[in-house]
Design a protein around this ligand. Sequence first.
Ligand code: DGL
Length: 257
Amino acid sequence: MHIGLFDSGVGGLTVLKELKKYLPQAQYSYLGDTARLPYGNKAPETLKKYTAENIHFLEQLGVDSVVIACHSASSVSLTITQTHRGTPVYNVITPSCQQALHESKSQKIGVIATKATTKSAVYKSYINDLEPNAQVFSQACPLLVPLVEEGMIQDEITNLVLNRYLKPLINHGIDSLILACTHYPILEQPIAQICGPQIKLINPATSVAKNIIVSDDYDQSQQRIQIYLTDHAPHFIEHAKSLLGPGIDFEILYPTS
Ligand code: DGL
């Protein structure tokens, strides 16, 4: 079983990490589209084009399924991407809406995301399809992706920015918060410190991993993860090492076309 994932940068590795926990024997190829990062402030048409190109790239590698490990790309591509020429394509949005409703008692759910995801209103619409009485409060957090890509995780500037973004949601009385950008689980600790124990943080990557249809066709010789980057990204290797942990072997490759 060979799973392909893509994101604009390092964020999708949070999804890869969860997948690896559930499906440790699968082969993984990851595309970090660092040349075109950030995705979160791009127009829907641009993101649809990037999504189609990235799926095509992963299909050329022979993957059996694709995970769009990016909420911004998922938010504009839900209708075109359930299967792509026979390859199952999973998004990171739909499974986490069910998880959030399951976790929330007050039915007041916060969503932090990029501008593209917030503008699409996809979370509100999916959650309200499932539970019309739920209240969804969304906050775009455009400064968080650059802070994460720069490795500023435990940092006073990041804390100030997080406080600015999270306080309005906390004031609305939310009891669960969806980390609706794959970069944000990297900030889980500082976010939890600001939100406190009464707000449950939802990492959509966990729900995605549980929803993948598994085949038992494993190639044991391919356990090293291939990470393709579309441009030089100074902190990527460091991030990948600390996110994936010492037991996970990977190599960085630069596609030529
Ligand atoms: N990690 C991506 C997401 O989940 C996008 C980050 C970005 O490039 O803006 O939305």
